[in-house]
Design a protein around this ligand. Sequence first.
Ligand SMILES: NC(=O)c1ccc[n+]([C@@H]2O[C@H](COP(=O)([O-])OP(=O)(O)OC[C@H]3O[C@@H](n4cnc5c(N)ncnc54)[C@H](OP(=O)(O)O)[C@@H]3O)[C@@H](O)[C@H]2O)c1
Length: 334
Amino acid sequence: MVDTIGSSHHRLLGKDGLRVPAIGLGCMPLSGVYGAADDAASEDLVRYAIDRGVTHLDSADMYGWGHNEALLGRALKGRRDRVVLATKFGQTQPERPGAPNGVNGRPEYVRQACDASLKRLGVEVIDLYYQHRVDPDVPIEETVGGMARLIEQGKVRFLGLSEARPETIRRAHAEHPIAAVQTEYSLLYRTEAEETRQTTRELGIGFVAYSPLGRGFLTGTIQELAQVDGRRAAHPRFQGDNFAQNRKLIARFEAMAKQKGCTPAQLALAWVLAQGEDVVAIPGTRSVQRLDENLGALEVNLSPEEVPELSEAIPAGAAAGDRYPAAAMAAVYR
Ligand SMILES: NC(=O)c1ccc[n+]([C@@H]2O[C@H](COP(=O)([O-])OP(=O)(O)OC[C@H]3O[C@@H](n4cnc5c(N)ncnc54)[C@H](OP(=O)(O)O)[C@@H]3O)[C@@H](O)[C@H]2O)c1
């Protein structure tokens, strides 16, 4: 097990010098998305992660609608300079309970959202600022133009997009260099990500794999429907027949991890990282032990034969159920 992540495990996002560890920390679960989270323990976890070299922290203004950024702000006191702090704007609170989130990519909203994030985070600059969801009513050039002004004002260092399709990425990058694109990417769900990655690679943009553990499914710890908690319960992959079908795929993968002498979570992350030096992963966890376990993936070396074997064990498109519930699905990959 690595003690702290050394420079040999760092990767470059984009061409302009944004270096991050190959494994970062997805902070969304710290806002109770997949079961309750304890704030004091979460702050300790973030500090522990930084001490282990997990210095790429991924947040968003909509994780707990401000809760996640405020928590990070507390955890980062005295440590700000050691991290690459990434957050996102663009999803807005639903108009009524149960309705889908709104999206807003208007330049004036970008400015407001950034100021609010800076305040909650208690920092002067955000290292990597993503548009969380593309707004179909606002040309991407206008949104990215608004984001670029934040760089001119010293409020943001690098720009990112999330769940943007190749054509959108090209238009955005022509307006202002994009350092990173973030998309769901794991053995379980990778159809869109494979397309996106061809474009990001061609343009020299970094690729940040979110939900690299399939929202926990690829860790082998979710064996029964009764274990599915929080927002995950609404995700098609964890429902009824889909769950049963996906469990079968994952059982095959768990057996491969056993044979390799690592945990399923480590194998899932090693597979993501084996896709290229332009790819980094941001697994989420509330637990110090799991963070340690996940870092062990850096020591799992996959041979040139093992990578395609894993890809064939869970072929692209084989997972049952869309990546998101229907309304949220409509807002991704635009
Ligand atoms: N851009 C976007 O639209 C978007 C969407 C989703 C997520 N994200 C980002 O990507 C990050 C990662 O995605 P994610 O959190 O959705 O999913 P994930 O990383 O695929 O899985 C996280 C889940 O796996 C569990 N887990 C983690 N390590 C484990 C281990 N070693 N053994 C067993 N269980 C383990 C965690 O539970 P415990 O907490 O109990 O360990 C958590 O429930 C998020 O935190 C967020 O920052 C971005």
